[in-house]
Design a protein around this ligand. Structure first.
Ligand SMILES: Cc1cc2nc3c(=O)[nH]c(=O)nc-3n(C[C@H](O)[C@H](O)[C@H](O)COP(=O)(O)OP(=O)(O)OC[C@H]3O[C@@H](n4cnc5c(N)ncnc54)[C@H](O)[C@@H]3O)c2cc1C
Ligand code: SF4
Ligand code: SF4
Length: 446
């Protein structure tokens, strides 16, 4: 499968790494609020070359890439390679961070120790769209700007512009990203020594799924933010009086009298669980890398019983780079980090939902796609699952596809969520009934 086919079949995640190979390729938001590559008049040779860096084209899988970089380290079937496994938080950065503020801490330390000249992270920027706001990768060159990018952005992003910056500006870089984005960067480094020399640290976030820009619009409407400009927004404002997995979406607007209005809605009140896969790009249903296996570190939420009741947040970490490993240990000794080792089984347990979807669920989706073009995966197709499991997977496919169409229609017809709800309610009802039935069956089988 080359990038032409990746785009045609809907598997493009919009990472923009192919544009670093061929400037004829453009990365644009489509009508479903997803970044997608457009080939324009790319030559055949360039398509072949760009396909070598695409995370969904036929090239090298995560196991092969990780073997090239991290050989000799311990290996786990789901987690990939690892030097060290930790749980903890940064004393200074926990407040602004999504979970324990670990990525923010690491970028600060890399600047402090002159390991990097630039960091590439996501942060809110003023944009020329109806909401006047966008969340994009940006290049920073100072410690002062690191916390402006803290927290998780459940929003489509692309590397296309920042890779251009790297090409034009020599120096050492750290770059944040979700697993498929890191895979694309590793593939680019393999092909082009310029990126290999300049990108020193790949800082990974464990990823369950990405969301489209329509998800942001959905959240704004659920929080009753009027149509128009948004001054700032946060997908994960901490609610320290509650559990770590109970957080708020927050948006701030300013009226004509310069008065600020803050809108918040809790993720519990939204009552859509992430397993439903609403507003998710198709590529995420054909992804088998949960733990950013090609990144130098993978950080995730510590949503385990021993940490969940602390609403200030805890991160779990899979560390693969020796310098980052030492940075964490030094942080513990100096008192900047609260850190302890954690067992691999706990790391796996924390992502069990995501792993089920990307192992058994993926095997069934691959089975359903037999005869059609799909990205090649490390998981084999299988239909050897209980009926209810298969029904749940099929419903998730329907929910994903229908939600993006329903919200695209809703934004065309006007404000509110009436159209979206009318379309979605029957599917959501069936999904919830199915889940209740599954829970009941599980409870009675003991
Ligand atoms: C789309 C997405 C899905 C995720 N799914 C899961 C999951 O299923 N399970 C789980 O345990 N954790 C998941 N995470 C990771 C989790 O939300 C936290 O990001 C992680 O625990 C790190 O927290 P922290 O406090 O250490 O990082 P912070 O100190 O908050 O730093 C996070 C850094 O990542 C950058 N960043 C934020 N969003 C993006 C993005 N979309 N792309 C690239 N860089 C970004 C920020 O600019 C910041 O520099 C997901 C994150 C994202 C963005
Ligand atoms: S490299 Fe990224 S942007 Fe380009 S086609 Fe592949 S997924 Fe899409
Ligand atoms: S689920 Fe996989 S494909 Fe989707 S954004 Fe995350 S890493 Fe990329």
């Amino acid at each position: 499968m080359d990038i032409k086919e990746v785009i045609k079949q809907g598997y493009c995640i919009g990472c923009g790494v192919c544009r670093a190979v061929d400037q004829n390729i453009n990365i644009n938001l489509n009508s479903f609020g997803e970044y997608v590559a457009e080939l324009n008049d790319s030559s055949l040779d360039k398509i072949v070359e760009a396909s070598e860096v695409c995370p969904f084209a036929a090239n090298h899988n995560e196991t092969v890439l990780a073997e090239e970089i991290f050989s000799g380290q311990s290996q786990h079937e789901s987690v990939g390679r690892y030097l060290g496994l930790f749980a903890g938080y940064s004393i200074n950065d926990r407040n602004s961070g999504s979970s324990g503020g670990i990525i923010t801490y690491i970028i600060n330390e890399l600047f402090e120790n002159n390991e990097i000249d630039y960091a590439i992270l996501v942060r809110p920027l003023v944009a020329n769209n109806i909401r006047n706001i966008d969340f994009s990768f940006d290049v920073i060159s100072s410690k002062l700007d690191v916390s402006s990018g803290s927290t998780s952005f459940y929003y489509p992003v692309t590397y296309s512009k920042v890779l251009e910056f790297i090409a034009k500006n020599p120096g050492n870089y750290a770059i944040t990203g979700i697993p498929c984005f890191h895979k694309a960067i590793r593939l680019l480094k393999r092909q082009n020594p310029l990126y290999r020399d300049r990108i020193k640290y790949q800082l990974g976030l464990v990823c369950g799924q990405l969301k489209s820009a329509l998800y942001f619009e959905y959240l704004l409407r659920r929080a009753e933010v009027p149509i128009g400009k948004v001054e700032s927004a946060c997908f994960r404002r901490k609610d320290t009086n509650n559990r770590a997995d109970e957080y708020l979406f927050e948006a701030v607007t300013r009226d004509s009298n310069e008065r600020q209005h803050i809108y918040r809605i809790s993720n519990r009140k939204i009552s859509l669980n992430w397993g439903m896969g609403l507003f998710k790009p198709k590529a995420c249903d054909f992804c088998d890398d949960v733990f950013a296996e090609t990144a130098d570190i993978a950080v995730m939420d510590g949503w385990l019983p021993q940490y969940i009741n602390d609403g200030k947040g805890t991160s779990l970490m899979v560390i693969r780079d020796k310098y980052l490993y030492d940075t964490m240990l030094n942080g513990k000794v100096s008192g900047k980090l609260h850190l302890h080792e954690i067992a691999i089984e706990e790391i796996v347990k924390s992502q069990q939902g995501g792993l089920n979807h990307r192992r058994k669920g993926l095997a069934y989706r691959l089975y359903l796609s037999e005869g059609r073009m799909v990205p090649s995966k490390r998981i084999k197709p299988s239909s050897n699952f209980p009926f209810l499991f298969k029904a749940e997977q099929i419903l998730r496919l329907i929910l994903r596809k229908t939600s993006r169409q329903a919200m695209a229609l809703q934004t065309r017809v006007g404000s509110g969520l009436l159209v979206f709800n009318l379309i979605m309610i029957p599917f959501l009802f069936i999904y919830r009934v199915l889940q209740k039935f599954q829970r009941l069956l599980k409870a009675t089988s003991f």
